[in-house]
Design a protein around this ligand. Sequence first.
Ligand SMILES: [Zn+2]
Length: 211
Amino acid sequence: MTHDEKPQPAAAPEPRAGTTPLASTGPAEHEPQPAATPEPGQADDKDWTWVLDRPCGECGADVGGLSVAEVATANRDIASAFAAALRTRSDVRDRPEPDVWSPLEYGAHVLDVFRLFLTRLELMLTEDDPLFANWNPNETAESDRYDLMDPAMVADDLESAADELATRFESLTPQQLDRTGRRSDGAAFSVLSFARYEIHDPIHHLWDIGG
Ligand SMILES: [Zn+2]
């Protein structure tokens, strides 16, 4: 568990040299983000669902026509590439800009994405049209201290979490692809569109770190 890296609660966060201190309290759900807080790709309160309709103009991912089998394979491939970057890059803890996450921070975020989407997938499979609890990635990045995690541990966890999610996608029956779920901002998904939406996040963040 990467959460083993969490510092003692009493320890005050100390920004590394060259970074801007993060806000001490997380932003409210729909408030503008402070300029110094890195912006991960797909916070729940931002609408990235357009990636289901057209290719992403930044990372180039075109996920709208993928099958769940293709999504599963892509999850393993992207996690493998991400893990390799985390294991080998000398700048793994360096933020390219004060308000841009380091490769380690992006990796820890993608790990949480794999885990969150598996949790949400199970909800969609076991409940009728569930409403997902809101997730604020910036708050999680701060509270879990992504910046202090062990890159090698995050790399290992990334690959296992991606494999677990991929295996679950591969296990789905055609009927299960039509089950539905809703996000707190009102976005509605089928299991199939949820899978397509999910894979854009790790692809986009691999692009973010230049991988
Ligand atoms: Zn993208």
